[in-house]
Design a protein around this ligand. Structure first.
Ligand code: NAD
Ligand code: ZN
Length: 344
């Protein structure tokens, strides 16, 4: 895995990174928010000339149409195979910018400066890149590593609090799947008061250790999908409506449902279920789920890319801090998990 550096301020480390790499031209990608809030923090250390492309923010732009615009810009800028892409943004930008770099001329190098909590603790580690397609999350993509990931907690100062809370869900997940003590030391009641810098560094270590053991998700890496089978289905189902959910909000609800399945399928204790449910509800509240949402959400679960053949394979907890994978779950069990959530 390529280096991941955590630095309080971006400018010094970026300047060092840029001088250690040779490249023919630099292509910077921002979305409209990171252009406004994050770009000023790195501007001073950029080379005299560079290309810069900004696209509208949000998951709904994580698609091939935006990629086509990026590839057009790259082509018009005349980028050759020695060009370097700098992705300055959250998970949407990192996934899509890395994907565009990996496809352009069969792959040019890129570095990631993740600017959301979610992308700092999760999306920028592990080399999964891609875009949504035909209503399916991350349906098109590749595995590829950036030259460098530079994580600067300072970017979080301008991040809206709902986005911060969304990233916190991945931190909670890391504790649930790998480290009970980490989970139990998180502050749920005053979640904004958590020491983000130290959580980022611990979460990156957890994600790295899992990914290093199983980079292509042949087995163990699947534990990182805890909460995501149902969570992604909820996220996709509510993508366009007024109930629109952030990734972490959907994953938080998904983790509650999948914790319930963990009791049913993996003998997790009901005390653990109670603790997980209470802690997650404290931070995220409950999303509104009607009976009419069940069928489309179930169908989306069945299309999830983690399925092999006809079985729906889940990553579920044996207890807080320990997760197993490839647990077959049927449609009616998923419906029962949604009912548990709905009745809370
Ligand atoms: P995002 O990239 O859409 O960013 C959230 C919002 O915050 C956007 O409006 C963005 O413009 C704004 N923003 C970003 N940084 C900011 C800053 N410093 N100050 C102010 N505003 C800022 O969303 P996200 O939550 O970072 O990422 C979600 C995406 O990540 C999803 O598409 C998900 O599939 C993907 N993801 C990928 C992986 C992976 O392993 N590749 C893992 C988890 C999630
Ligand atoms: Zn996630």
């Amino acid at each position: 895995m390529n280096p991941i550096i955590i630095a309080e301020q971006p400018s010094k480390s970026l300047s060092e990174a840029l001088s250690s790499l040779t490249f023919s031209s630099l292509f910077i990608l921002t979305d409209e928010n990171t252009q406004e809030y994050c770009f000023p923090l790195i501007k001073d250390v950029l080379p005299e000339s560079y290309f810069h492309f900004t696209f509208p923010a949000g998951e709904k732009h994580k698609n091939l149409e935006t990629c086509a615009e990026i590839w057009t810009e790259m082509t018009e800028a005349g980028l050759d195979r020695k060009a370097l892409v700098l992705n300055l943004g959250g998970g949407v930008l990192g996934d899509m910018g890395g994907f565009c770099a990996s496809i352009y001329k069969r792959g040019i190098r890129f570095i990631n400066l993740p600017t959301t909590l979610l992308s700092q603790v999760d999306a920028s580690v592990g080399g999964k890149l891609g875009v949504d397609f035909e209503g399916l999350k991350n349906h098109l993509g590749v595995f590829n590593e950036p030259e460098l990931v530079l994580i600067c907690p300072q970017f979080l100062n301008t991040l809206p609090s709902n986005e911060l809370r969304s990233g916190f869900a991945e931190i909670i997940k890391h504790g649930l799947i790998r480290d009970k003590e980490y989970f139990e030391n998180l502050d749920f009641q005053n979640w904004k008061e958590n020491d983000w810098k130290s959580l980022i560094s611990h979460s990156v270590e957890i994600k790295k250790s899992v990914v290093q053991e199983d980079p292509k998700e042949a087995g163990l890496r699947k534990i990182l999908n805890f909460g995501h089978t149902i969570g992604h289905a909820l996220e996709t189902h509510f993508l366009d409506g007024s109930n629109h959910l952030l990734h972490g909000e959907a994953i938080a609800a998904g983790m509650i449902c999948e914790a319930w399945l963990s009791v049913e399928k993996c003998q997790m204790s009901s005390a653990d279920l109670e603790q997980i449910t209470q802690n997650l509800l404290e931070v995220y509240g409950k999303i509104r789920l009607n009976k009419s949402d069940f069928e489309p959400v179930l169908n989306l679960c069945l299309q999830d890319k983690k399925n092999e053949g006809k079985e729906i394979l889940f990553s579920l907890l044996e207890k807080i801090g320990s997760c197993t994978f490839n647990v077959p779950v049927n449609k009616s069990e998923i419906a029962a998990a949604l009912t548990y959530y709905q009745n809370l």
